[in-house]
Design a protein around this ligand. Structure first.
Ligand SMILES: CC(C)(COP(=O)(O)OP(=O)(O)OC[C@H]1O[C@@H](n2cnc3c(N)ncnc32)[C@H](O)[C@@H]1OP(=O)(O)O)[C@@H](O)C(=O)NCCC(=O)NCCS
Length: 178
C-alpha cells in the first residue's frame, strides 16, 4: 500500500536520529549494493552523523512522520566539475516497494538545481544487479548512458556499473517538498 506523500519529507540529519539510523544503516540488505559496510555500533553511527552527514553539502534523511527511514545525498563536484553531482540513496527494507525512494528522488530534483546554481547534470552509478535502483532512476527520468565495465571495487570485488544521468534541461518529474 502506498504511503501518503504528505508523510514523506527530506531533512538534514540530527544526532537524535541515531537509533532510527541504525535500523537501516546497520542492515546488510540495505548496504549490499553500497560502497560502505553496515554500521555495527551506535557510537560509529553518531560519529558518522556528526562528522559526515551534518557537514555534508547535501545529505538528507528520508523521513516518514519525521522519523529517519533512509538517506539521499547529492555530492556536487568542484572547480570545472561543479556542473555535475552524484546522487545516491538507500531505504530501510521494511519500506521497500512502496514508491518512497522514487518520490524522495523527485523531491530532491525539485530542490537541488536551485540549491546548486551551476549544476546541470545529476549522475548515478548502479550495480548491474541492482534492478530496484535502476528502476528508481528510470522512473525519475534519468537516462542510462552506458555500462562501465570493471569500473570499481564494491564489497571487495571489481564490478560492472551502469551510469545514468539527468540534465536540468531534461523533462523530468518533480515532487513538491511542501
Ligand atoms: C534501491 C532502493 C533505494 C529502492 O527503494 P524503494 O523505495 O523500494 O524504490 P521504489 O519503490 O520507489 O521503486 C522500486 C522499483 O524497483 C522495482 N524493483 C524492485 N526490485 C526489483 C527487481 N529485482 N527487478 C526489477 N525491478 C525491481 C519495483 O517494482 C519498483 O518499480 P515499479 O514502481 O515500477 O514497480 C532500495 O531497494 C534500497 O535501499 N536498496 C539498497 C540500497 C541501494 O541499492 N541504493 C542504491 C545504490 S545505487
Amino acid at each position: 500500500m502506498e504511503i501518503d506523500s504528505s508523510r514523506i519529507s527530506l531533512r538534514p540529519f540530527n544526532l537524535s536520529d541515531v537509533d532510527d539510523f541504525m535500523l537501516w544503516a546497520g542492515d546488510d540488505q540495505v548496504t549490499q549494493f553500497l560502497r560502505w559496510n553496515s554500521f555495527t555500533s551506535r557510537e560509529e553511527a553518531l560519529t558518522f552523523i556528526k562528522d559526515v552527514s551534518i557537514p555534508h553539502p547535501w545529505h538528507r534523511s528520508i523521513c516518514i512522520d519525521d522519523r529517519s527511514i533512509g538517506f539521499i545525498y547529492i555530492f556536487p563536484g568542484s572547480g570545472d566539475e561543479r556542473c555535475r553531482a552524484e546522487i545516491g540513496y538507500g531505504l530501510a527494507t521494511k519500506y521497500w516497494g512502496q514508491g518512497i525512494t522514487s518520490r524522495a528522488v523527485k523531491m530532491a530534483l525539485s530542490i537541488v538545481f536551485k540549491d546548486f546554481p551551476d549544476l546541470v547534470r545529476l549522475q548515478a552509478h548502479a550495480l548491474v544487479e541492482n534492478k530496484a535502483s535502476q528502476r528508481v532512476l528510470e522512473k525519475a527520468g534519468f537516462q542510462q548512458e552506458g555500462l562501465l565495465r570493471k569500473y570499481s571495487f564494491v564489497k571487495g570485488k571489481v564490478r560492472d556499473l551502469l551510469i545514468y544521468s539527468l540534465l536540468s534541461t531534461d523533462s523530468y518529474q518533480q515532487t513538491s517538498t511542501t
